[in-house]
Write a protein that binds this ligand. Sequence first.
Ligand code: SAH
Length: 479
Amino acid sequence: MKAGIPVKKNEYYDIDIHGLGHEGEGVGRIDGFTVFVPYALPGDTIKVKILKVKSAYAYGKLVDIINPSEYRIDPICPSFVQCGGCQLQHVDYGEQLRLKRQKVVDALQRIGRLEDIVVHPTLGMDKPVRYRNKAQFPVAADPKDNSVQIGFYAPRSHRIVEIDTCHIQHEMNDAIVNTVKQWMKKYHITAYHESTGKGLVRHIFTRIAFKTGEVMVVLVTNGRHIPNEQSLIHKIKEINTTAAPVFASNAECQTPNCNIVSMVQNINTRKTNVVLGQENRVLWGKDTITDYIGDVKFNISPMSFYQVNPVQTEVLYNKALEYAGLAGDETVLDLYCGIGTISLFLAQRAKKVIGVEIVPAAIEDAKKNASINDIRNVAFYTGAAEEVVPELYGQGHRADVVVIDPPRKGCDETLLSTIAAMQAERIVYVSCNPSTLARDLRFLEDQGYKVVEVQPVDLFCWTYHVEVVVGIQRKESMK
Ligand code: SAH
């Protein structure tokens, strides 16, 4: 045993689990020393085997549940634990929502030193199944016998776990995956080898527009030529008349009347973990699918960034709209705007919306989306928010309301202080990472803003992720 550390590698201990770590793992203590145990749950008493000891904490493996938490349930998926997709399938859904709220409260207190903030109960789904509109299935050759494997990655690995059905994905995916697999077998189509860079099929990628039922199937290939391409197209199209009606009658189904309308080949010959390459070729049908968020229409291509839980996205955006408090005469900045989803959603209620986004292709999509909806009071700028916003400020631009929806690393301080200098009345902060959110909220509080209320929204049911929307006001104008 290391000096001063009360746990030893490979030893077994009985512990009570009292909290949940960043990645959904249970947290307990042995003589005050913190131990993280994946798949353990607050309220459990468990037997743990210590696998790794660091100076401030240890990692262990759950070997036995001595006394289960009252919220422990049987996972719906037989591949839970082997597959790395979900982390909380052993937790009752209502308890998941409470734990996600607690994660937000803890971050605000510990990192943001923000006490007494109103954090509402997490808004969850009535039917938290089959909710995703995008799926990516890696395709590989089994190292043992070279047979085709299609599934999901195991946790922290690129080993493929094959599953019959994934309950957070639409049922159409099962038929699509099976069809591609049968076709590959029949025509001896090769799967991609990550180690050698050889083999053709890398991924099956699908998107489903929940509002219209339009489905896009993308085959990601390491090379241009697809042998027996017509036969694949024919078989994929057949799903519309064979499997789709069966899925529509399934009680779990969120989107009846699904119809494959687009098949695209995406060519990715690079040795990379990035799923999609730069080039798309339409094999059959349309090059985009059409979906709606609220009344706003979006054309989505394989590359477009688009929120993956459409039902909850609308819940999230409605909260953002509420916190924006628009009367109709405001200028709104929508930072990190992606394809302009929030900008266009808010534009109907504001005088003008200015979107800023770093990816040029996303800005092109945003402009097209504005045009197909005939929304004219929007402007989009390509660039880093922390560079574009100070420039706009320098040119005399001001905003009444600022919406920020950054990636996990949060915002740059230059950006936040420019927003403060602009004296924006309200800020709406949308975040997928409570830690960086709490850090940025602390900074904004020190710059003259007050965090008024915090709303967690469950966009990623059965995983540890939580999305948060925060209403923030300028202290000066609250007096
Ligand atoms: N608001 C959008 C997208 C949010 S995701 C929606 O709800 O759909 C975050 C976005 O921030 C991504 O599109 C990413 O490309 C963009 N991004 C990342 N770093 C950025 C930066 N420094 N400045 C502007 N945009 C950035």
